[in-house]
Design a protein around this ligand. Structure first.
Ligand SMILES: *[C@@H]1O[C@H](CO)[C@@H](O)[C@H](O)[C@H]1NC(C)=O
Ligand SMILES: *[C@@H]1O[C@H](CO)[C@@H](O)[C@H](O)[C@H]1NC(C)=O
Ligand SMILES: *[C@@H]1O[C@H](CO)[C@@H](O)[C@H](O)[C@H]1NC(C)=O
Ligand SMILES: *[C@@H]1O[C@H](CO)[C@@H](O)[C@H](O)[C@H]1NC(C)=O
Ligand SMILES: *[C@@H]1O[C@H](CO)[C@@H](O)[C@H](O)[C@H]1NC(C)=O
Ligand SMILES: *[C@@H]1O[C@H](CO)[C@@H](O)[C@H](O)[C@H]1NC(C)=O
Ligand SMILES: *[C@@H]1O[C@H](CO)[C@@H](O)[C@H](O)[C@H]1NC(C)=O
Length: 504
């Protein structure tokens, strides 16, 4: 390394030069009459268009290149270099080769081109270092690239949804700048209430947007469409995306099965009609079962489109009403849109040859049938209970009647003493009166005065007093009241045992 030259004249010249480096632009005009003009403070272009950055210089300066830098300090990037042999393909000079006009064009602006650009005059570093020194710079031009949002995408649920089911739809767009964006939703022509759109950074200096709306589907939505409308400062007309709700709607059919006629004579045919009503989409298959065994059907009609966009289908099957088919269950089974099958049944009823139209054909669900079975079982149990009770009462009565010794009387029939009946078959019996009501003190008093009797009569007394006739008076207390005359006049051949009883 060579020793530094100790020339005081040269050192004196260096001092203002170092000052210039520290305070670029200040005093340059005064000392060197050099001027750099970067007149634009802000430039805004649409993405894809050309960015024009103006810069002119005047006056004299030391040799050194003019460059365009994007950004300052750390992170600066040289966009254009006067001395560079390989300029960036998108950057061109407005006046190629000019020594004063350093205006550049940047083609096909991208959002990534956004930033502040500086036009800088460098000077050679005087051999001390190889790095050029900044001599003067412009005030900087802030470039913004306005980017249009991409065409919106509208997405719905993965699977079809049924009416009354709320489903969410999503509208997204991206790559736009500036950040401010508006989203509107419509169902056909009606504005909808949607959540606030979510705006996120989608890349370098661009934004993405996502907006969600909840829709409760209706039967009538087959022909409806959703519209997502995006408004942005870069757009002259809002962007719209449409979505046919029929893409996600499933309306399950309602079923009806009819037997024609409802009551048929034997060996005639019955036509069963299955009406598959108001469904969407048209994808449906109908099959028939007779007592859960499939029937072959040759006449399968095509779904018919209704005015609302829903479909309807009619399927018919003819069944020969042979005697053994009486009470057969004919079922129409429908598989719609790959869902679990739904079914509805009707019965085949054959009228009795004599009495036509006593029973009536009717339809029922499986649900209905369960109800009928339950009601039937309950009724049977009740009937059995009633029968059992009646039987018990009856056996009790018979027992009372057939007993040779005692018969119970209701208290109101004849509360007084003993009744006695003559029996043509010469049966001997006792007729006992019992007080069956609940005991009260008053009644106890009455009862002590009223006596109850067991009267035993016999007609057979050939051997005189040796014949024993007795009544089994279990549970009965005999009173010690004096004998009373029998309530009825005695017959010549009768013998009596008059027994008076009181209750406990
Ligand atoms: C640059 O900025 C300085 C002060 O900030 C101002 O005095 C000067 O006029 C500006 N030059 C241009 C070309 O706008
Ligand atoms: C920028 O430079 C171009 C080309 O030299 C010129 O036509 C244009 O008028 C300049 N614009 C401004 C704002 O100085
Ligand atoms: C530009 O960045 C480099 C390092 O990447 C730095 O050395 C240089 O001083 C910077 N220039 C300016 C003008 O900020
Ligand atoms: C932003 O949206 C674009 C499509 O418009 C997509 O390619 C990109 O991945 C999104 N960026 C983020 C961060 O979601
Ligand atoms: C119904 O048809 C069967 C056989 O086809 C026959 O045996 C039967 O007699 C017929 N019954 C009546 C009531 O016609
Ligand atoms: C199917 O039924 C329709 C009436 O529902 C009838 O007009 C048509 O002839 C039948 N087709 C066949 C092949 O039986
Ligand atoms: C068919 O069944 C119903 C109900 O069980 C009955 O009323 C009717 O008499 C039966 N018909 C014939 C032909 O057996």
């Amino acid at each position: 390394m060579e020793p530094h030259p100790r020339d005081p004249g040269r050192a004196a010249w260096l001092l203002p030069c170092l000052l210039l480096l520290v305070l670029p632009g200040v005093g340059a005009q005064a000392v060197q009459n050099f001027s750099l003009q970067q007149p634009q403070t802000k430039v805004s272009v649409a993405a894809g268009e050309k960015i024009i950055l103006n810069c002119t210089i005047s006056g004299f300066a030391e040799p050194g290149p003019v460059r365009w830098l994007k950004g300052w300090d750390s992170g600066n990037k040289t966009i254009y270099d006067q001395k560079s042999k390989e300029p960036s393909p998108r950057v061109t000079r407005a006046v190629p080769g000019s020594g004063t006009d350093f205006t550049i064009h940047i083609e096909k602006a991208q959002p990534a081109d956004m930033g502040t650009y500086y036009c800088v005059k460098f000077v050679k570093s005087d051999g001390l270092t190889s790095v050029d020194k900044v001599f003067q710079r412009g005030n900087g031009t802030e470039v913004s690239v306005e980017a249009q949002p991409s065409p919106p995408l509208l997405s719905g649920p993965e699977q079809r949804a049924e009416p009354e089911q709320p489903v969410s739809f999503n509208c997204t767009t991206g790559g736009f700048f500036p950040k401010t964006i508006g989203v509107k939703w419509f169902k056909d022509k009606d504005p909808m209430v949607a959540q606030q759109p979510q705006v996120t950074e989608g890349g370098v200096k661009t934004y993405n947007m996502s907006s969600t709306v909840m829709v409760t589907l209706q039967k009538a939505d087959v022909r409806s469409q959703l519209i997502c409308e995006v408004q942005h400062s870069t757009l002259q007309e809002p962007l719209r995306e449409r979505y046919q709700l029929s893409r996600v709607l499933r309306v399950p059919p309602s079923l009806e099965v009819r037997a024609e006629p409802s009551l048929v004579e034997v060996n005639k045919t019955v036509t069963f009609t299955c009406l598959v009503k108001e469904f969407y989409p048209a994808d449906v298959s109908v099959s028939w079962l007779e007592n859960e065994i499939g029937i072959k059907v040759e006449n399968v009609s095509q779904p018919l489109e209704l005015s609302q966009g829903l479909y309807e289908l009619k399927s018919q099957v003819e069944v020969q009403a042979t005697e053994e088919k009486n009470g057969s269950m004919i079922t129409c089974m429908v598989v719609h849109d790959s869902q679990a099958p739904a079914s509805k049944s009707a019965f085949l009823w054959i009228s009795n040859p004599g009495q036509g139209g006593l029973s009536k054909g009717f339809q029922m669900d499986k649900g209905d049938m369960v109800i009928y079975i339950v009601v039937g079982v309950v009724c049977t149990v009740l009937a059995l209970l009633v029968a059992a009770i009646l039987y018990l009462i009856r056996t009790k009565q018979i027992k009372g009647k057939s007993s040779p010794s005692a018969r119970l009387h209701e208290p109101e029939k004849s509360s007084e003493a003993t009744t006695q009946e003559s029996d043509p078959n010469n049966l001997t019996y006792a007729d006992l009166n019992f007080e069956r009501e609940r005991k009260t003190i008053r009644r106890m008093v009455e009862m002590s005065q009223q006596s109850e009797y067991a009267c035993i009569q016999t007609n057979q007394a050939p051997n005189g007093d040796d014949n024993l006739t007795y009544a089994d008076l279990d549970m009965v207390h005999l009173s010690k009241a004096p004998k009373r005359p029998a309530p009825r006049p005695e017959e010549a051949s009768s013998e009596y045992a008059s027994v008076q009883i009181t209750r406990k």
